[in-house]
Write a protein that binds this ligand. Structure first.
Ligand code: GAR
Length: 213
């Protein structure tokens, strides 16, 4: 039996979010912080992170979830496991938490239609739409700036309708210009600050009423 994808329009506020991570989880932290702000704070996010799933046991974000009292789950790919089989297990696990929305916050695995046909998902990417898809986007943008090819990069949040890499209808995008004297570290720091704000704003823009509960 095919289960239908839950519709954001049908969901009660606060939205139930499942966040998928692979690393340090600073963007997960931004979501958790926004959810825990008081409802009369304009930066409040009317949502609840109901589970965090990592494909890596050593992801620092798992401890952030634990500190926030959110179930922190690890689902590693088994040796030789086919992508669709991993995605079937991930679909089952995530489905237990009945999310309104799945947020890919540094989840460094491509998802197949096995997963994406079931859940609405959005992805954060540390570059502007159509640029530097895949791994090490910040490093590649920095190298392109040093080579005189670009003078800005940026951040985007997009829907994930299919198996395209860091590609899909854009929800929010913001450029981050390079400045004279930038190092990779100084540029990355500015870019991450934009990510933390833009991701939360993008989730908020998908809230059905925009009115906190
Ligand atoms: C973020 O910079 C995010 O944009 C990037 O992974 C990092 C996760 O950081 N995602 C991608 O590169 C997707 N292609 P975090 O674990 O500290 O949130």
């Amino acid at each position: 039996m095919t289960e239908s994808r839950p519709s954001l329009a049908d969901s009660a506020v606060p939205q139930r979010l499942v966040v998928l991570i692979s690393g340090g989880g600073t963007n997960l932290q931004a979501i958790l912080d926004a959810c825990s702000r008081s409802t009369d704070d304009p930066d409040h996010l009317a949502a609840k992170v109901v589970a965090v799933v990592s494909n890596r046991a050593d992801a620092g974000g798992l401890a952030r979830a634990g500190r926030a009292g959110v179930p922190a789950l690890v689902l590693e790919r088994l040796p030789g496991e086919r992508r669709a089989d991993y995605d079937r297990r991930l679909t089952e696990l995530v489905g237990e938490y009945q999310p309104d929305l799945v947020v890919l916050a540094g989840f460094m695995r491509l998802l197949t239609s096995t997963f994406l046909d079931r859940f609405g998902a959005i992805n954060l990417h540390p570059a502007l739409p159509g640029t530097f898809p895949g791994l090490e986007a910040i490093e590649r943008a920095f190298a392109a700036w040093q080579a005189g090819e670009i003078d800005e990069s940026g951040v985007m949040v997009h829907h994930v309708p299919d198996e395209g890499v860091d590609d899909g209808p854009v929800i929010a995008a913001e450029s981050v210009p390079f400045v004279e004297g930038d190092t990779l570290a100084s540029f990355a720091e500015r870019l991450h600050a934009v990510e933390h704000r833009l991701l939360v704003d993008a989730i908020r823009s998908l809230t059905p009423t925009g009115v906190p509960s």
